[in-house]
Design a protein around this ligand. Structure first.
Ligand code: CP3
Length: 358
């Protein structure tokens, strides 16, 4: 889709979307706001549609329902960005792995057991198999307010490898670590396949109408720094570089969760427009060490959104006080939890909207 004239940076006819202005490095009077997992089980209208779809994956692969679920939090709260409703694990599934969700337990995959399984991954089916995702993006785009950005996403190779090798979540992720540390050549082949698949998937999401993308490395924090550089920083950089070779203006947000001060490794990479920070990184430290180099997204504890009231209001204002004076996108440090009262989200948005750095 040709997105010229939709208010992107540099077009003078329509003012650019606030979310894209922040990603372009502008400090706005008040930061744009959206929340990771903003479409989800805390919303009664999500639970209703999910029940009608049958399962979570049925919801993901039904373009009409996926578009509707993407729009639900935008209608309620008027967030500055929508994120397309899907999952990072649709990529391993499109590569030929079995994927299912156990009720209340999370994702399950048939685990990769060795180099032969890696060699059998087939990247040629991404476009055809993930058509429902691109169709959902086109449908969302058609109804999204002009000032609201649409975010596409993928999982980073290390996090995808975690689920693909462990066969789901894990307590200590020993299998994936043993593979990465003990057989780096074969692990590299897996990571390279995933980099290529992610570039293709992001490219197709942008062509369907996404304005920006986010790469989720939820398990990056498991890795010591040299391994982190090799299996998180570099592959994420390669994905961003591959996407930007095809779409030079599309901003990329990196979310390496749990990396602490190793966030410094990501901050100067020109491929990233923003760094999404979890709750363990101090807002003050981020303002000093990260924000001078890159826009910062985050970093409210999702549990604060459950607590609500004065404790939440205080924490939201504290984060705004530390980060709001620079290039900042207000968000959580990780996804919204299902126990979150929808009213508390409304209050959060009201506080951010009422705040001014000037
Ligand atoms: O609103 C949005 O943020 C967009 C949709 C989105 C989902 N998952 C929907 C979802 C996004 C961006 C993701 C990313 C994702 N998926 C990550 C990276 C971010 C993170 O949370 O660390 C990971 C690791 C996954 C894999 C995944 N999917 C897990 C571990 C789970 C189970 C945990 C849980 O919350 O139930 C899922 C399921 C999932 N993905 C749900 C949603 C709304 C819950 C599904 C349901 O039961 O309705």
């Amino acid at each position: 889709m040709d997105k010229d004239g939709q208010g992107r940076e540099g077009s003078s006819a329509t003012p650019a979307k606030p979310f894209l202005r922040a990603l372009a490095g502008e400090t706005l009077a008040r930061p744009p706001v959206w929340l990771m997992r903003q479409a989800g089980r805390y919303l009664p209208e999500y639970r209703a549609l999910r029940a009608r779809a049958g399962s979570f994956l049925d919801l993901c692969y039904n373009p009409e329902f996926a578009a509707e679920v993407t729009l639900q939090p935008i209608r309620r709260y008027g967030f500055d960005a929508a994120i397309i409703f899907s999952d990072i694990l649709v990529v391993p599934q499109a590569l030929g792995r079995k994927l299912w969700f156990e009720e209340g337990e999370g994702p399950r995959l048939d685990p990769l057991t060795g180099p032969a399984d890696v060699a059998a991954l087939d990247a040629s089916g991404i476009e055809a198999k993930l058509q429902p995702v691109y169709q959902a993006i086109r449908q969302t785009r058609a109804t999204l307010p002009a000032e609201t950005a649409l975010i596409g996403f993928c999982g980073a190779p290390f996090t995808l490898a975690c689920y693909m090798i462990e066969g789901g979540g894990s307590r200590n992720f020993l299998k994936v670590k043993q593979w990465a540390y003990g057989h780096p050549e074969s692990f590299r082949r897996l990571v390279e396949t995933l980099v290529q698949a992610c570039v293709d998937h992001l490219d197709l999401q942008v062509r369907a109408g996404c304005d920006a993308v986010q790469i989720f490395d939820s398990w990056a924090g498991l890795l010591p720094e040299e391994q982190l550089f090799r299996w998180s920083v570099q592959p994420m950089q390669l994905i961003a570089r591959g996407l930007r070779a095809r779409h030079p203006d599309v901003p990329v947000i990196a979310f390496p969760r749990g990396v602490g001060p190793a966030a410094l490794m990501y901050r100067r990479l020109p491929e990233f427009a923003a760094l999404s920070i979890d709750t363990m990184i101090g807002a003050h430290w981020a303002a000093q060490e990260l924000q001078p180099h890159i826009a910062v997204q985050g970093n409210l504890d999702p549990a604060m959104l459950i607590a609500g009231g004065e404790v939440m209001a205080h924490e939201v204002r504290r984060i705004l006080g530390k980060l709001g004076g620079g290039r900042h996108i207000f968000n959580l440090g990780h996804g919204i939890l299902p126990q979150t009262p929808p009213d508390h989200v409304a209050r959060l948005v009201e506080i951010v909207r009422g705040w001014s750095s000037r």
